[in-house]
Design a binder for this molecule. Structure first.
Ligand code: 9UX
Length: 71
């Protein structure tokens, strides 16, 4: 079954940043993500048979942003 989680994303400055991350994540197989710039938060649903939280975090880092645990 799908896993739902949220991540804190740091380093987003403008709306293009959040759109870029959202598009990048949604291109990944098994991922459905929505990124909120002002909350610095990504809401993510993913299929653990197709990807992992580690791959998702690495995608965000590859795009040039920092990921933290959302707490
Ligand atoms: Mo906006 Mo984000 O000019 O990397 S796209 S700051």
């Amino acid at each position: 079954s799908e896993i739902q989680t949220t991540l804190k994303i740091q380093g987003m400055t403008c709306a293009t940043c959040s759109t870029r991350i959202e598009k990048g994540l949604n291109k990944m197989e098994g991922v459905d993500a929505s990124v909120n710039l002002t909350l610095e938060k990504a809401s993510i649903t993913f299929n653990p048979e197709k990807t992992s939280l580690e791959e998702i975090e690495n995608k965000i880092k590859d795009l040039g942003y920092k990921v933290a645990k959302d707490k």
